[in-house]
Design a protein around this ligand. Structure first.
Ligand SMILES: [Zn+2]
Length: 276
């Protein structure tokens, strides 16, 4: 009888050991399964967040691009964030000495009413207009993409205006081209700029700089990638008269840099890339 008790005791002990060895194993298995599921959940939400952020950055939604000073600081510093989209495609000159190549093509997208811009920068403009509106500022585009043919019509009309004032054709053309770029030499032909005025105003005059709309643009346009392209005091370099209404897309990265530098695009471009 004693040996039977022994055997019973040993089997109970063995069972206990088997139980102790296997149970934590299965429990551990469950736990790992749990951690994988829980950790995979945030991963996917993180992934979708990343893609939202990227699309926001590309589309330059106000919250990220326009919002906090930190985002401005991080986008203007070269170091930390390697993913800064510099919009290199938009960093180029179009002027009297740098006409658009004949084969230059791009897709257009409406930004306000019938006005269109290069689809690669259209969303930046759309977001800027929307955010200005939230601030109670109604920005009104009066010109954006213009075909080369339309550009020619504008130049012809302006030249004619001066000819009627008694200037020779060459003089008239020279004067007209100070205000209306030669076809193929206008940023409007490339769809990367817009002439913006206060609502209800359709006259492109320096008076625009007295408006709250101009003040808002001066403070905010760079965050959306736009620069005041023809600043006061830079006429001899740009070859174009002061135009407080003309905003050119270079992307938020370069726009902030150019704004901080106080240089016009010609000067900044030369400094950055060398004279080409
Ligand atoms: Zn313009």
């Amino acid at each position: 009888m004693k040996s039977v008790k022994y055997i019973l005791l040993i089997s109970v002990l063995l069972l206990g050991i088997v139980f102790l060895v296997t149970m934590p194993g299965t429990m551990r298995k469950n736990k790992t399964a749990e951690t994988t599921t829980t950790s995979s959940a945030p991963q996917t939400s993180q992934q979708s967040q990343v893609s939202i952020n990227t699309s926001v950055a590309n589309g330059s939604s106000a919250i990220v691009v326009g919002g906090e000073p930190e985002s401005t600081a991080s986008s203007s510093s070269d170091g930390g964030n390697a993913e800064v989209d510099k919009n290199e495609w938009a960093f180029f000159l179009i002027n009297q000495t740098h006409p658009l190549p004949d084969n230059y093509t791009f897709e257009r997208k409406a930004v306000q009413g019938k006005f269109e811009m290069d689809s690669r920068c259209a969303d930046y403009m759309i977001n800027m207009l929307a955010d200005a509106k939230k601030d109670g500022v109604n920005l009104n585009i009066v010109s954006a993409y213009r075909s080369v043919e339309y550009q020619q019509t504008l130049l012809d009309n302006d030249t004619k205006k001066y000819e009627e004032q008694g200037y020779s054709h060459d003089e008239a053309l020279k004067m007209a081209s100070q205000a209306v770029a030669i076809p193929g030499q206008s940023e409007h032909n490339a769809g990367i700029c817009a002439d913006i005025l206060d609502a209800g105003n359709y006259s492109l005059t320096e008076d625009f700089e007295k408006t709250p709309e101009f003040k808002w643009l001066s403070e905010n346009a760079a965050k959306y990638g736009f620069i005041l392209r023809y600043p006061k005091g830079k006429e001899s370099i740009t070859g174009i008269e002061y135009e407080p209404w003309h905003y050119r897309f270079v992307g938020p990265y370069y726009a902030q840099k150019i704004k901080e530098s106080g240089l016009c695009l010609e000067e900044y471009y030369e400094k950055e890339k060398g004279n080409q």
